[in-house]
Design a protein around this ligand. Structure first.
Ligand SMILES: Cc1cc2nc3c(=O)[nH]c(=O)nc-3n(C[C@H](O)[C@H](O)[C@H](O)COP(=O)(O)OP(=O)(O)OC[C@H]3O[C@@H](n4cnc5c(N)ncnc54)[C@H](O)[C@@H]3O)c2cc1C
Length: 384
């Protein structure tokens, strides 16, 4: 490492950047993590974070392997999933069909983040927070990052884990195709009158997709993708809860708000490449997907696991052939997920075509009856 401050400098200490830092450090790499914000986890158990994730079994194993799977007190379990089409179509998935305990676990963003950040110091990761990078330059054998406070960091590789509007992606000249869905995801958490029974529920209603995900205790988290969120967000708390309960056929009785509702725009981001000379992208910097399958962060964790496995033990952590192999390895999984989510979105969004409505609802019912196909879908979805 002569002449280098680290093997790898990671820009962005969100879930994906922090998990990559731990995985590389575990493999013996010297890692510096640059996070633009100053994270504060002192009040992590106060209230509920509206940004939640359904973490797949494969990614739970990845996080457990990093000793960063959080305490179970705020983790919900999805043991079963029920999906309702817009004209009578239905399909359900049960973890027991594939011999598992859970299809996925529900965790809050900050609960997962706190568990990862708690491990960074003891794992020997050099953390620089509250500072942003100002310039990135690369040459054949090294990358250099200049920070806004004047510091310079030289490394074999710079990783952009800095989210959907990635600064690293832009600096590296990796142009991305950005397609807006013309929809926002409205998120909020609720206390439920009736037990959720560890069941995730999803309704496709033509122009909108509503998901209720079971959280710890008897709370649930909603992600409602819709074109016109303003009218919903303008409702007072009681009217908002009544509207959400009604949209889910009052399946969980009366709802009480447990976090402020928020909306985020949905975009499909596809960079032409996710590696450049001495640079790699992971997580939302490398791709985004529609949240209807809850796979955004799961793809990101698998980027981190794959990159760490490829460069963890390499002589040169920024070797071009390894970076190309990382890109090839992830391309298929990411493209398949983007295609599936995008295809489902379009299938259910074409509400004015009667043939499409028949196809999607009949398709759900048929698949529900085809046990082997369904079992394969469950296995694929949860990464057994
Ligand atoms: C408001 C909101 C709600 C969401 N809700 C859901 C949901 O309910 N379910 C779901 O599956 N997905 C949701 N998503 C998507 C999900 O959050 C992402 O897929 C996931 O967070 C990707 O993780 P990441 O670590 O790649 O990026 P991010 O979580 O975006 O983390 C990027 C990190 O980089 C830091 N950073 C950014 N720029 C710089 C810079 N220039 N220098 C240094 N640091 C920088 C940021 O501070 C941040 O810590 C939501 C996204 C948003 C924005």
């Amino acid at each position: 490492m002569k002449g280098f401050d680290a093997d790898v400098v990671i820009v962005g200490g969100g879930l994906v950047g922090a998990s990559l830092a731990l995985a590389l450090s575990q493999a013996g790499r010297q890692v510096t993590l640059v996070e633009g914000q100053q994270p504060d986890f002192s009040r992590v158990t106060e209230g509920w974070d509206a940004r939640i994730y359904a973490v797949s079994p494969a990614n739970r194993r990845f996080l457990s392997g990093l000793n960063a799977w959080p305490d179970a007190s705020r983790i919900g379990t999805i043991a079963r999933m029920e999906v309702h089409g817009d004209a009578g179509g239905e399909i359900d998935f049960d973890a027991r069909e594939v011999g598992g305990d859970a299809l996925a676990w529900i965790a809050e963003n900050r609960w997962l983040l706190a568990a990862l950040w708690a491990r960074l110091a003891e794992a020997g990761v050099d953390v620089v927070s509250g500072v942003k990078p100002a310039a990135l330059s690369t040459r054949a054998d090294a990358a250099e990052l200049e920070l806004s406070d004047g510091r310079r960091l030289a490394a074999r590789l710079v990783v952009g884990a800095d989210g959907a509007n990635s600064w690293v992606r832009e600096q590296a000249g990796l142009t991305a195709r950005v397609d807006a869905y013309g929809q926002s995801g409205v998120v909020a958490n609720f206390h439920c009158e009736r037990p959720h029974g560890d069941i995730a529920r999803q309704w496709f209603t033509g122009d909108a997709i509503l998901a209720w995900l079971p959280m710890a205790g008897n709370y649930m988290s909603m992600v409602w993708s819709m074109s016109e969120p303003d009218a919903l967000l303008a409702l007072d708390d009681d009217a908002f809860c009544a509207r959400v309960a009604e949209a889910g056929a009052s399946a969980l009785g009366q709802l009480t708000l447990a976090s402020r509702p928020a909306a985020f725009p949905l975009r499909l981001i596809r960079p032409e490449a996710v590696v450049a000379e001495r640079v790699a992208l992971v997580g939302d910097a490398a791709h985004t997907v529609h949240p209807l399958a809850g796979q955004g962060v799961n793809l990101g964790f698998q980027d981190a696991a794959t990159l760490a496995e490829l460069i963890g033990g390499a002589r040169d952590a920024g070797d071009w052939l390894l970076l190309r192999r990382y890109e090839r390895t992830r391309r298929e999984a990411v493209a398949a997920m983007q295609l599936t989510c995008d295809g489902l979105f379009k299938l259910f969004h074409g509400k004015d075509l009667p043939a499409l409505s028949w196809l999607r609802n009949t398709g759900l019912n048929l698949t529900n009856r085809l046990t082997p196909l369904k079992r394969e879908l469950v296995r694929h979805a949860i990464g057994f």
